[in-house]
Design a protein. Structure first.
Length: 374
């Protein structure tokens, strides 16, 4: 995969799962399009895919099937500092400054196979940023003392008013009802000065490069998509952790850099559930089902509120609403042997272990954590 610098040419619009442009029922209600969100992985993937399909190199009968090998990663904020250097920002881990504690039996509504929970080290109210610099993220992975986090001004919300268009004529819709203005108010994303986006992409075809200008998000806004080999790859940023010495057990923490979709199991990774036909022979829920990871099981999880989104396709119409595990969520696995821990890290570290992995969902990094005291 090649690394790219994504630079918006204007505003951007990335809506969530809430209704957009709903007619007023009362005077004190406004039609608001909530679109000032950081782009999800599928926004980047769709932008790259549609650009490839429409490019001259694709030929006249290009389709999704022609570029079935497309993969994308990101995007993540990239801030240019006053001294000319750049800082990569990543989603803050949700277990930041937390400690794992043994869950008393029956004291919570957590699934029985989750043996540990996460408690804040300090009980006071805190205001954590959504994004943290790479250097702080590396301290989190290595188990070093964590610094106080500041809030970086990476992007802002900008509000504009527009006219509702008639789907049949493409012209502005004329509305007679006094409760319906024919206008909408929408929130857009604008990057702060000095901020661009880090991304990685692979067209999946030899000799075919991604076009340098993409339509990204809703309403047809454009971004420059410039290949920049000077930007570090995600593998350079996060080398695979060394498996600890000893006889075990080992605790492997998997922290999501991107949202993950487990459409059949919700917050629980699908590969932590035995789906064998013989119910009597199924392994307990939470067991890691990778064949080379015997003796590994999920014992703790720190997940946030789901990312709710849907979409629209001109052929299929409204798409199903999806609930994704948010970036920053973490899962902790207990591995009985060093071999199992090493195999699990190889399976998870910077791999795409969720549904729609080619679109950048389910990418996470592994680290080792200490065994909680009994």
């Amino acid at each position: 995969m090649h690394t790219y610098r994504v630079s918006p040419l204007d505003l951007l619009f990335f809506r969530d799962g809430r209704p957009l442009d709903v007619d007023k029922s009362r005077d004190d209600h406004r039609n608001i399009g909530h679109g000032a969100f950081w782009p999800r992985p599928d926004h980047l993937y769709n932008a790259v895919m549609h650009a490839l399909i429409g490019s001259r190199t694709a030929g006249e009968r290009a389709s999704y099937g022609k570029f079935g090998g497309v993969q994308t990663t990101g995007p993540f904020p990239l801030l240019r500092n006053p001294d000319g250097t750049e800082t990569l920002f990543l989603p803050r881990p949700l277990d930041w400054d937390c400690v794992m504690e043994t869950l008393p039996a029956g004291a919570t509504d957590a699934p029985p196979f989750l043996e540990y929970g996460f408690l804040d080290r300090t009980p006071d109210k805190k205001s954590y940023p959504a994004w943290i610099p790479l250097a702080d993220y590396l301290r989190y992975l290595s188990g070093e003392d964590l610094p106080a986090l500041g809030h970086a001004n990476l992007f802002m919300t900008e509000t504009r008013v527009g006219n509702t268009l008639d789907s049949a004529t493409g012209a502005s819709r004329r509305v007679q009802d006094r409760h319906r203005s024919g206008q909408y108010e929408a929130q857009y994303l604008r990057l702060s000065p000095g901020v661009s986006m880090w991304a990685a992409a692979d067209s999946g075809k030899e000799g075919v490069s991604v076009p340098s200008v993409l339509h990204m998000g809703g309403q047809g806004f454009l971004v420059d998509f410039d290949r920049d080999d000077a930007l570090p790859s995600i593998e350079q940023v996060f080398p695979s952790p060394e498996t600890k010495e000893g006889s075990g057990p080992f605790f492997v923490r998997w922290t999501l850099l991107a949202p993950a979709l487990f459409t059949k199991t919700g917050w629980l990774p699908g590969w932590c559930r035995d789906t064998g036909k013989d119910e009597s022979a199924r392994k307990p829920e939470g067991t890691v089902m990778f064949p080379d990871c015997a003796g590994s099981s999920l014992v703790a999880a720190c997940t946030g509120k789901p990312v709710v989104f849907s979409g629209y396709d001109s052929v299929e119409g409204v798409k199903d609403t999806q609930l994704a595990v948010p970036a920053g969520s973490c899962y902790v696995f207990r591995c009985d042997t060093r071999q199992a821990a090493k195999a699990l890290v190889a399976r998870l570290h910077l791999q795409r272990k969720s549904d729609y992995g080619s679109q950048g969902f389910g990418i996470g990094v592994c680290s080792f954590v200490e065994c909680p005291a009994p």
